[in-house]
Design a protein around this ligand. Structure first.
Ligand SMILES: [Zn+2]
Ligand SMILES: [Zn+2]
Length: 377
């Protein structure tokens, strides 16, 4: 980022941390957490610890990080090197990103930026100005992206609650500050899980490894009556019931469904199961859930990929990230926009823009600068 843009972004972040420190959440058992932050021009700092919220806030205003992270784990010595921290437990976390959902709206709002000269292109190709191959995808999430990500969140909550018995009050949902959502599970019981058990949970909620045998279909199954004795009903719990509910509305349909499955054969049913898993499972990033030593974006801090904040969503249906997470100042500033698809922040619609110098509210200007689409002038 060139200097003038960097100053504008830093100034706006500083003002936020100075005026709105109430947004920044104090994580549970703050003194047992490791903190880390990314600096605008100088890489990552890790292995920090804060006694309380006051100490954390002072640090944020003093150093103005581009991104702030906190461990999902609780440690005896949070500031020690990883091997000496002594793990006490960790929250269970999930990451859902609209960018990973293969949505058809993506092509309307994704652009490619040359890391060498800043050229913005609407197609993925080598830079048309300097021929560099170092290009990076940037996306400005739309309402459709957010709705799709919300749907994943709701599936995940249902799987965690109904299948795994996690209470809804133990689950906190946050907008990630860019294209997705983070789920934090605070449970004394699950806190002790090691990485492999967390990987199992990630597989379970994604519906990975579902096999026909799980609903009583074997490679050599021939007898309808025999399969029906093992076939699930729509009232079953877990994936068996979820699969049954996709296949039929009423348990009376079981003989008809089983006959159809046997007629089409094992392999075809396996494919059908994969489809059911994709539609009924939650699309999460399993690496995030498995990693017990990860430092994860802190609730209430700003995401430097967008200038939006990670904020709680108490009611997922009504939640609008483009309003609730848009926390920077309103004063107008001048920016040169190389290219931008149409986007919405608060109640305002902006763009599309192409090679234009315009006056925008700080929050919209910083959004475009953080996306790499504009520079301060
Ligand atoms: Zn270039
Ligand atoms: Zn979209």
């Amino acid at each position: 980022m060139e200097e003038q843009s960097l100053n504008l972004v830093k100034q706006s972040f500083k003002e936020f941390y100075f005026k709105h420190s109430d947004y920044v959440e104090t994580p549970l058992r703050i003194e047992e957490r490791e903190f880390g932050y990314m600096q605008f021009d100088n890489g990552m700092v890790r292995h920090l610890s804060f006694k309380d919220k006051g100490e954390l806030n002072v640090h944020l205003v003093k150093y103005i990080p581009s991104d702030v992270y906190c461990s999902c784990a609780y440690y005896i010595n949070p500031t020690a090197p990883i091997q000496e921290k002594i793990f006490k437990g960790a929250d269970l976390i999930f990451d859902i990103d609209a960018d990973e959902l293969s949505l058809t709206c993506m092509k309307e709002h994704e652009v490619w930026i040359c890391n060498n000269c800043g050229n913005v292109m609407t197609l993925k190709q080598n830079c048309t100005k300097c021929e560099s191959v170092k290009i990076e995808k940037v996306s400005l999430a739309c309402d459709n992206c957010i709705d799709a990500a919300k749907k994943e969140v709701k599936k995940l909550v249902s799987l965690l609650h109904e299948d795994l018995g996690i209470q809804e009050k133990e689950i906190k949902i946050y907008f990630s500050g860019n294209h997705g959502f983070h789920l934090h599970v605070y449970s004394k019981e699950l806190e002790q899980l090691e990485a492999p058990s967390r990987a199992d949970i990630a597989d379970y909620v994604a519906g990975n490894n579902l096999i026909p045998e799980a609903v009583g279909i074997r490679r050599n199954s021939k007898s309808v009556r025999e399969v029906i004795s093992r076939f699930p009903t729509i009232d079953d719990i877990g994936w068996r019931g979820r699969i049954a509910r996709v296949l039929m509305k009423d348990n009376k349909e079981r003989p008809r469904i089983v006959k159809r499955i046997l007629k089409n054969g094992y392999s075809q049913f396996k494919e059908e199961l994969n489809r059911i898993a994709r539609e009924s499972g939650a699309h999460i990033d399993p690496k995030v859930t498995m990693d017990i030593h990860r430092v994860f974006r802190l609730q209430g801090t700003i995401n430097s990929k967008s200038g939006l904040a990670k904020v709680p969503c108490n009611n997922i249906d009504d939640f609008d990230p483009f309003t609730s997470a848009c926390v920077l100042a309103e004063d107008q500033v001048n920016v040169h926009v190389r290219y931008s698809p149409k986007f919405r922040l608060r109640e305002n619609s902006f763009g599309p823009f192409k090679e234009q110098t315009i006056r925008l509210p700080t929050y919209a200007a910083v959004y475009l600068i953080c996306k790499g689409l504009a520079t301060a002038v």
